[in-house]
Design a protein around this ligand. Sequence first.
Ligand SMILES: C[S@@+](CC[C@H](N)C(=O)[O-])C[C@H]1O[C@@H](n2cnc3c(N)ncnc32)[C@H](O)[C@@H]1O
Length: 250
Amino acid sequence: MYIYWHLIMEPLLEIVQPRTIIEIGAERGDTTRPLLDFCQRHDATLHSIDPHPLFDWQNEPRLVMHRALSLQALPTIGACDACLIDGDHNYYTVFNELMLIGRNQPFPLTFVHDIGWPYGRRDSYYDPRNIPAEHRHQCVKMGLLPGLSALVPKGGFNANLWNARAENTPKNGVLTAVEDFMKATSLELELVTLPAFYGLGILFPKQLLQNQPFAEFIESLHVSPVMLRYMELAELLRLKQAARQAGEES
Ligand SMILES: C[S@@+](CC[C@H](N)C(=O)[O-])C[C@H]1O[C@@H](n2cnc3c(N)ncnc32)[C@H](O)[C@@H]1O
């Protein structure tokens, strides 16, 4: 998610001035670090949730680390002003993360990674046993190629992860979870999507648009249909090139 930090996330956080931020999925701490610097500058607190953080998270005064699954940790944290979702990329997890986040008002400014290919419309599971069987799609540790619905037996993206065999089916994928949450909630929310680097969703209460700098920044993210198509094409070509490289290396 770090790739969006300077251009998108930091400016929006500067406008919203969150006092409490939740990060779901920290991994090596690449985004945790700038978030902690932000918290240091603004006297804010970061709650980072990851069952297996891969960085030294101790002795960070602004950080409360939750070594747990998001659906276990979120009810223990309470309200936040901003949230980053980049943990387990599947419908069940993301839909329920949003439900838990939405229990506190107002709904926070929320960044959701991986709303584009490959996990916008297809589930992935770090550990399928964490998802109730009735909410889990049939999955296998096989790779993905852009433009191909079927998983590939050799090479491809993320062959080390449990990927759903099917895509574009109901209750499947991160973007589907966000859309279904927006339909399920009575909250007035808006979603802005950016197609590059696996896709970023910016979900926020419409009320935030009354904040002029916030509204202007969001407005600046809107591009014409031609530019949008151009960006989607650039992302597709980037993915195809990366997939070729992954195939050569495997
Ligand atoms: C894609 S990485 C996160 C990358 C990070 N956001 C960044 O910007 O560098 C996903 C992380 O989510 C963690 N994870 C997996 N399932 C999770 C869950 N249910 N709740 C919270 N974190 C989870 C994994 O351990 C992994 O470290």
